[in-house]
Design a protein. Structure first.
Length: 144
């Protein structure tokens, strides 16, 4: 039977890591300057929170605030789109141009009420074909 040493090495590495972790959890906040560790940070408390101290203030010149008159209009680019609140999809049996609108957004409508009048070339052509068929039927009955 062959012995595997990788398991022992992993276990030993785990023990060393645990020992280092526990050693670091000892005295909190205590540092020894002889060990080369930095001193803990010191926070200076100020009485006024609005007061800010800046190191090397000469790098930041002081400017005086003055009055600036701007133009009353603002020239910008933009896009004009249709008013969504005024667009209502309506399903029509024929395509064409709307001549009259009898109902608006928010109006109460009833069944059978005329909502709009559409001028459609398709409908006009179909109606013309219907009248021609009625005329042909009348002529055929007369000839019979």
């Amino acid at each position: 039977m062959r012995k595997d040493h990788t398991g022992r090495n992993a276990c030993a590495t785990g023990y060393v890591a645990l020992a280092l972790l526990l050693a670091g959890c000892g005295a909190k906040g205590a540092s020894n300057p002889a060990d080369g560790a930095p001193e803990p940070a010191k926070v200076e408390q100020e009485g006024n929170a609005d007061l800010v101290k800046v190191a090397h203030a000469e790098q930041f010149p002081i400017a005086t605030a003055g009055r600036y008159d701007s133009a009353p209009a603002l020239n910008v680019t933009g896009v004009v789109t249709a008013d969504i609140s005024r667009n209502v999809p309506v399903i029509s049996i024929a395509s064409g141009r709307i001549l009259e609108v009898h109902a608006r957004l928010g109006d109460t409508v009833t069944k059978g009420q005329l909502l709009l009048r559409v001028q459609s070339a398709d409908t006009a052509s179909a109606f013309s074909d219907y009248r021609q068929a009625v005329a042909d039927e009348t002529l055929a009955n007369a000839q019979l």
